[in-house]
Design a protein around this ligand. Structure first.
Ligand code: NAI
Length: 331
């Protein structure tokens, strides 16, 4: 029996969490979920959106599955997601992006992986209002955080047969901050001569990603560009409903999809649980439940490939519940 932290989140979070935990249970994996709530409702009840108990739970259990949590836009509390990543020092945000059979997109042969630095950059949240008409935000880049994300990405590339790694920056403009990030990439690259190291500016990368994404393999980016580019790459393979992710630190790992809480479709039985389910598959592999992970992935891919019972974001008419039942039938 595994004891793992589960954060059902808000918006579509609880719906997709219910779907995924049901599928894991049906696959026969015994998990004693330590359910931890966070977000706006909790801020009202407990005074803070990310209570210490959530962090303590993950520190104790080492692994968490997390659905999205809403962040108020332009006002209110700071992102629970960003705070969690910082509190647990989950420095590597890993977002694989590969075509899925049955999901039609303008591109075939996409198989890339985005490594987003997860702890600093403009997400340090150091902002101030200088006067009524001026605000500023501070972009922090450190050698320590930059070197370890490159180290992690290069190591991953080596272990997983990847060939090329692009360092993505805007070092022509942000000469000191992105310049330092790039310099760290160049330094770490020397230790990995087996992997071809390339440099690209983020604007050029975006253009090329929508022209010929197949040429990209491993991308390493500072936090903000990584956030934006990984939504773009999610779009290449069928959208946010199918884009998985993981936040990895030296002590803990939190598996969470790329997408947010999708308030526009909340509570309507429309949410696609695929992204969270792929995160769960990745998590099951991570905790050694490889056979169950394989069965779930196989069933999911079969349902997606058949395309008869898929959610609206993939062009189907099935609801979250019908899609979930179909996967369970195929286990
Ligand atoms: P979003 O990712 O929630 O939604 C963007 C679009 O994609 C919407 O049209 C939504 O319906 C669709 N979508 C997303 N996930 C889907 C799924 N599983 N199935 C079907 N359709 C899906 O992005 P948005 O609207 O910008 O953000 C909403 C909230 O989520 C914000 O408060 C934001 O801060 C938060 N957020 C939280 C994240 C996290 O918890 N890690 C990550 C990204 C955003």
């Amino acid at each position: 029996m595994h004891r793992l932290t589960l954060i059902p989140g808000d918006g579509i979070g609880p719906e997709i969490t219910a779907a995924v935990t049901e599928i894991i249970k049906a696959a026969g994996v015994e998990i004693d979920w330590d359910v931890q709530t966070a977000g706006a409702d909790i801020a009202e009840k407990e005074g803070v959106p990310l209570p210490e108990r959530v962090i303590e739970s993950i520190k104790k259990n080492k692994v968490a599955l997390k659905a999205p949590v809403t962040t108020p836009i332009g006002k209110g509390f700071r992102s629970v997601n960003v705070a969690l990543r910082k509190a647990l020092d989950l420095y590597a945000n890993v977002r694989p992006c590969k075509n899925i059979k049955g999901i039609k997109t303008p591109f075939d042969g996409v198989d890339l992986i985005v490594f987003r630095e997860n702890t600093e950059d403009l997400y340090a949240g150091i902002e101030r209002q200088i006067d009524a008409d001026t605000a500023e935000s501070i972009k922090i880049i450190t050698r320590k955080a930059s070197e370890r994300i490159f180290e992690y990405a290069f190591q991953y590339a080596l272990e997983n047969g990847r060939k090329t790694l692009h360092a993505v920056t805007k070092a022509n403009i942000c000469k000191l901050t992105d310049g330092l990030f790039l310099q760290c990439g160049r330094n770490i690259a020397k230790k990995y001569p087996q992997i071809e190291f390339k440099e690209i500016l983020v604007d050029n990368l975006c253009m090329q990603l929508v022209q010929h994404p197949q040429i990209f393999d491993v991308l390493v980016l500072p936090n903000l560009y990584g956030d934006i580019v990984s939504d773009l790459t999610a779009g290449l393979i069928g959208g946010l409903g199918v884009a998985q992710g993981a936040n990895i630190g030296s002590e803990c790992a939190v598996f969470e999809p790329v997408h947010g809480s999708a308030p526009d479709i909340k509570g309507q039985n429309k949410a696609n649980p695929t992204a969270l389910l792929l995160c769960a598959v990745n998590m099951l592999n991570y905790i050694g439940e490889k056979a169950a992970a394989e069965r779930i992935e196989h069933a999911l891919m079969k349902v997606l490939e058949e395309g008869k019972c898929v959610t609206a974001d993939l062009g189907g008419t099935a609801g979250t519940k019908e899609f979930t039942e179909e996967i369970i039938k195929n286990l």
